[in-house]
Design a protein around this ligand. Structure first.
Ligand code: RIB
Ligand code: CA
Length: 309
């Protein structure tokens, strides 16, 4: 059984990833911590509760940080809607969150269950960075840190083009994480762009007549339209579900990966937030990251479908 703690800026693809995790028989979700990113934490937090309503499960939810450590990047409402879930009119949940701050929860859970939990980070790394400062031994207390984030060939999705959104939103937090953790698995924007869902796959998932299938359909349709309008393609990018699939079944999902040293660029007009990879291992630094290069997309699709059925 894999025991997950999930840190998320619940937007559309985060919600898709949560549906996948809840639908897998070998996964237990111990806690979910919200963070600002796609939209503000006053929206990402209730969005987590809406996902719990959709799956009918009870998991402790903690509110995390409401802004980046230093720089504050505008949110991603253009991709996720003003409410973060595609403005699909998902009703507010009656559920409540825990009183403890999300950063404190990340530290406490690791100390209560040392070596047993996998931390899956689907948004900016603000919470993870602060937790690492509160408990410098945190990297040794989580089994692994799986991150959706980064642009390993500088082919990102932000206005600088060289950075990916989660990292660009809080590059200082990412710098702390990549400086302190040695057990990172990274699902990059390039891997995302190379592995979209086809329209046929998306339509099949949207047609699943279960509450989860209907939820998926509602939250994704606006994003599909946005991709069609902006990029002229009929597809759906699924960064967070890819990262979740890697966390759940690395042995089946990852078809190629490499371990290298990754560091953050924190300055530069067009490079702040870039995840710089030492592909030739010339810096003499200890490799801190397993970079996922290719995946079994059919297996990822099956995991998504399983989460909706
Ligand atoms: O760049 C993609 C990432 O940024 C995804 O995690 C998406 O949800 C946003 O957080
Ligand atoms: Ca996310």
């Amino acid at each position: 059984m894999k025991r997950f703690v999930i840190d998320t800026d619940t937007g559309v693809d985060d919600a898709e990833a949560l549906l996948m995790a809840f639908g897998h028989p070998d996964v237990t979700i111990e806690a979910i911590v919200s963070v600002a990113g796609n939209v503000g934490v006053d929206k990402t937090t209730p969005n987590v509760l809406k996902v719990l309503d959709a799956v009918g499960r009870d998991v402790p939810v903690y509110r995390g940080c409401d802004r980046a450590l230093v720089f504050r990047k505008p949110n991603a409402e253009d991709a996720h809607g003003s409410d973060g879930l595609g403005d699909a009119g998902i009703p507010e949940s009656a559920r409540t969150i825990e009183a403890e701050h999300g950063v404190d929860a990340l530290v406490r859970l690791a100390n209560e269950h040392p070596g047993e939990l996998t931390l899956v980070a689907l948004g900016p790394l603000t919470n993870v960075a602060l937790a690492t400062r509160l408990d410098p031994d945190l990297p040794n207390k989580y089994r692994e840190l799986v991150i959706m984030g980064g642009a390993v060939y500088a082919m990102g999705n932000t206005e600088t083009r060289s950075a990916e959104f989660n990292i660009f939103y809080d590059p200082d937090a990412a710098h702390i994480v990549f400086s302190e953790w040695l057990n990172i698995t990274m699902l990059s924007w390039e891997a995302t762009a190379e592995n979209p869902l086809t329209l046929e796959q998306t339509n099949t998932l949207s047609a699943i007549s279960t509450p989860r299938g209907e939820f998926f359909h509602k939250i994704t349709r606006a994003q599909i339209a946005m991709i069609r309008n902006f990029l002229g393609v009929e597809t759906l990018f699924i960064p967070d579900p890819l990262a979740m699939a890697v966390a759940i079944e690395p042995e089946r999902v990852i078809t190629r990966s490499e371990r290298h040293y990754v560091q953050l660029e924190l300055s530069g007009y067009s490079t702040r937030g870039q995840t710089v990879v030492d592909w030739r291992d010339r810096l003499g630094k200890t490799a801190n990251t397993t970079i996922v290069i290719s995946v079994d997309m059919q297996r990822v699709y099956e995991l998504m479908r399983q989460g909706l059925e």
